[in-house]
Design a protein around this ligand. Sequence first.
Ligand SMILES: *Cc1c(COP(=O)(O)O)cnc(C)c1O
Length: 382
Amino acid sequence: MAANTKLTETLKINALVRPEVAGLPAYGAGQTLSQAQMARPSVDMVNLSVNENPFGISDRAKQALEQAFADAACYPDSQCLELREVLAEQLPFELERIVVGNGSEDILSMLCKAFIKPGDQVMVAKPTFSLHPIYANMMGAEVIAVPMSADMHYDVEDWLRHIRQAPELKVLMLANPSNPVGCTLDHQGLTACIAACPLDTLIVIDEAYFEFAQQDETFADSLAILGAQSHPWIVLRTFSKAYGLAGLRVGYGLVSDSSIIDYLDRVRTPYNVNRAAQSAAIAVLKDPGYLQKTCALVSEQALWVRAELKSLGLFVAPSQANFLFIDCGRDACQVAGQLLEAGIMVKPWREPGYEHYIRMTIGLEQQNKRFVRALAQILQGD
Ligand SMILES: *Cc1c(COP(=O)(O)O)cnc(C)c1O
């Protein structure tokens, strides 16, 4: 009887939910480090699965948090004015054209809610950050996914072909550098893709790994490219990766015109960025040493890990981010499961065509050594 009632209720809910939502996968965030650690008390666990900063929070950000907690009874600034002022000065960029979100994914979500209606065409990469297609699908978009080339680069010719075949393209959305691949679209490629879009296509460049890629002076300067053309655009960046604040949730967007932000404000939850996040983000922006230390570690260690994997005979995709996308030559879920037992969390890719790939975040030297040793053992073990 009880089971029957339950079934009827489920059916009723199915009929109530929007069909776009019913068809969505939930974001696969995976388990936390402490959950994985609790399940394996005898192994020293390390999380190389979510591209976090291996140094942990910066000391200055930690100090700023103490003040923020003292004021926790008060609402935060809904406009994130002080943080936007610091960003405006450092970038430099016009204050009115900066938007802050509860992570950059919050801005992505706002953008899709405000601009995408059912049937709109949204072009994304494949594989890509899963929220790009998920948020577009949430709004009922027709998602067009352009695959990476066989050697794991952005295939500019293929993007141009897809863009030409989508005369009504509403949004072009891509991550530069790519997640999970790490490859980048260069100045020429990015310029060509934007130029090929219909004049009213909204260009969304997700630069979650900008700080790492920027070390290479040939990395495409999206603000310069976008500023020199007339499509509407937004560039997304985050404090979660190089700035080491993933747990606080804060990211920002730079837009072509402040009217885009006027519309985002209408779908934004008013206090979307909490006090702790705003204070810590300001502090870490004023701590250039932390960012330099992080980027130096990542570029040095990425070279080392890449060389080690190459000597194991593995293909590693090109990467200008703080992670590597590695072809294990066999089922990635199985490899990730074995690495987990060895104390190392990585992200196995599940998308058809990429099931042999794991994504591994560059960690501290000792963590990377453990990863390479464990992977070598797993792959040579049978
Ligand atoms: C990590 C990541 C984000 C999300 O960053 P948050 O600011 O933590 O929401 C967005 N885009 C890409 C490509 C990412 O890898």
